[in-house]
Design a protein around this ligand. Structure first.
Ligand code: GSH
Length: 253
């Protein structure tokens, strides 16, 4: 997935999203802050968005370093030599990689507005949901999105099965963690945003009110949560990106 943007930083406080054009620009290397919190990201990375949401929820001032994944910066390669991916969180010069690991680091470092539940069992469940998101649900949905014909038909059943599991986890709850938006919601937020884009591109609706009423209500709740919706990438831009990607994978419609 290739994304083009400048390798610039933007300072973000606990305010609503401002387009990069409105942000002051300077080179990452030159950036100095009292407490330095930088996020290496792209404009659309669903993994990087998790980190940004967590920082926003906690009101932590941070800067963005935008990466062009077709021409990764030396700093990204230095900070994440193993995976060479975004996001990377750099806290006072020390890099942390892998979005879920970063979320845990953020929660342990800045105690305000905890994202993981207090109860050890609930914490374990939230971590399990996150694991399920990335190891089962996301690959299943991605497979449905990147296949065609009979292969796609076969891929949709396991994707729906994953979504059914999420529906069951939401019984009696507003969010996956309970009454407040937390760790599992942040990890699963791609469902509230990206899945709808995939569905539109594929022309297949997987999440319907009839099938998954609780998941639809959760999507609505997340969509209305300012901390989340103010930094979702523009839908038309996402649609253009995933239309192109879909065509590259399965050919023109
Ligand atoms: N497991 C990683 C996944 C991160 C990831 O896949 N990032 C993508 C952007 S969405 C990336 O940097 N890709 C660059 C590449 O694969 O070379 C996480 O949770 O942080």
């Amino acid at each position: 997935m290739t994304e083009t943007s400048e390798n610039i930083i933007h300072t973000h406080q606990n305010t609503s999203y401002k387009s990069p054009e409105h942000q002051s620009k300077m080179h990452c290397i030159a950036a100095m802050a009292k407490e330095e919190v930088k996020v290496f990201r792209t404009w659309s990375s669903r993994f990087a968005l998790r980190v940004i949401w967590a920082l926003k929820l906690k009101g932590i001032e941070h800067e963005y370093c935008y990466e062009d994944l077709s021409n990764k910066s030396p700093l990204l390669l230095e900070y994440n030599p193993i995976y060479k991916k975004v996001p990377v969180l750099v806290h006072n010069g020390r890099p942390i990689v892998e979005s879920i690991v970063i979320l845990e680091y953020i929660d342990e470092t800045w105690k305000e507005n905890p994202i993981l539940p207090e109860d050890p069992y609930d914490r374990a469940m939230a971590r399990f949901m996150a694991k399920f998101s990335d190891e089962k649900c996301l690959p299943a949905v991605w497979r449905a999105f990147t296949t065609q014909g009979k292969e796609r038909e076969e891929a949709i059943a396991p994707a729906l099965e994953c979504l059914k599991t999420l529906e069951e986890w939401l019984v009696g709850k507003k969010y996956f963690n309970g009454e407040t938006l937390g760790f599992a919601d942040i990890v699963l937020a791609w469902i509230a945003n990206l899945l709808g884009v995939f569905e539109e591109v594929m022309e297949v609706k997987m999440v319907t009110e009839e099938r998954f009423p609780l998941l639809c209500a959760w999507i609505e709740n997340l969509t209305n949560a300012p901390v989340i919706n103010t930094i979702w990438p523009p839908r038309d831009k996402l649609l253009a990106k995933y239309h192109a990607l879909h065509e590259a994978r399965v050919g023109p419609k």
